[in-house]
Write a protein that binds this ligand. Structure first.
Ligand code: CP
Length: 293
């Protein structure tokens, strides 16, 4: 694996290898083979979980970690992206971990960059967030032996969610039954090959996994009617326990308490899986960095 750009470019066997390696790191059974290498965190968009867990993952592997700040870098003086990456490579960076608002940022960069750098997509625009889908799958697999035939329902702002797109891409490879609940204004242009519902109870009925999404207000063009959304799509313990009592509850974060999910549900026993996702992110990202070598 030279880069990790999109789930669609991973074979099932590679995904299983990452999950297996993450499990070994979590159990403390695996040593790093990338100690002394250097990772550069290049986050042009805000992040808590992804940025900090990549930083910690690289440190746990014994890698050097450099933080690239776009605003104070020479990009702000007009240096091109190509020259920036060529210089980072010359300085000794091995792996660049990028979060950006630009769709296909890494593909666009690689068109002009035959460099010995490895790239990891830490979320690009509306396109993909592969390590989130991998850590979500890892979390599901800690509970289920197999995801084949399981009903997974993702609820909320699907249109603006690179997490939903990467999750659907991954889960479809493993035979999950994919459902989504979204109002028409949060349905993406592409079908994503999932069954859509407008009704929350109908969509989550008998689900094995319910994954809630944040409304990405920063990406909305039209005025958002929060009260109307909450009335129809907010999940609480009563609805979850009535329609999907055996489901695990997931959320990639950040959560908007009181919008897509109630505080009482988030703080309940069911909400604990959401913090487990964040914890697993470190081990999955260790596995990805280890596989990039
Ligand atoms: N899930 C996720 O990507 O969270 P952050 O934006 O905090 O990294």
């Amino acid at each position: 694996m030279k880069h990790l750009i999109d789930i669609n470019r991973l074979e099932k066997s590679e995904i299983e290898q990452i999950i297996s390696l993450a499990g070994e790191f979590k159990a403390g059974e695996r040593k790093s083979s990338v100690a002394g290498k250097t990772a550069c965190l290049m986050f042009f968009e805000n992040s808590t979980r992804t940025k900090i867990s990549f930083d910690l993952a690289a440190q746990k592997l014994g890698m050097n970690v450099i933080h690239f700040d776009g605003a104070t870098s020479s990009l702000s003086k007009g240096e091109s992206r190509k020259d920036t990456f060529e210089n980072l490579s010359a300085i000794g960076i091995d792996t660049v971990i990028v979060r950006t608002t630009e769709d296909k940022f890494i593909d666009n960069s690689l068109k002009e960059l035959p460099l010995p750098l490895s790239f990891v997509n830490a979320g690009d625009g509306l396109t993909a967030h592969p390590t989130q889908a991998l850590l979500d799958y890892f979390t599901m697999r800690q509970i289920f032996d197999s995801i084949a035939g399981k009903k997974v329902c993702i609820v909320g702002d699907i249109a603006h969610s690179r997490v939903a797109k990467s999750n659907f891409a991954l889960l479809s490879k493993f035979g999950a039954r994919l459902h989504a609940v979204a109002p028409s204004y949060f349905k993406p242009k592409e079908t994503l090959h999932v069954i859509y519902h407008d009704n929350l109870a109908e969509g989550i009925k008998n689900a094995d996994v319910v994954m809630m999404l944040r409304v990405q207000r920063e990406r909305l063009e039209a005025e958002f009617n929060a009260d109307g959304y909450i009335e129809k799509y907010q999940l609480n313990s009563e609805i979850l326990n009535k329609y999907a009592p055996n489901a695990i509850l997931m959320h990639p974060g950040p959560v908007n308490r009181g919008v897509e999910i109630t505080s009482e549900l988030l703080d309940s026993e069911k909400g604990k899986t959401i913090l487990e996702q964040a914890r697993n992110g470190v081990f999955v990202r260790m596995a990805v960095l280890e596989m990039l070598g």
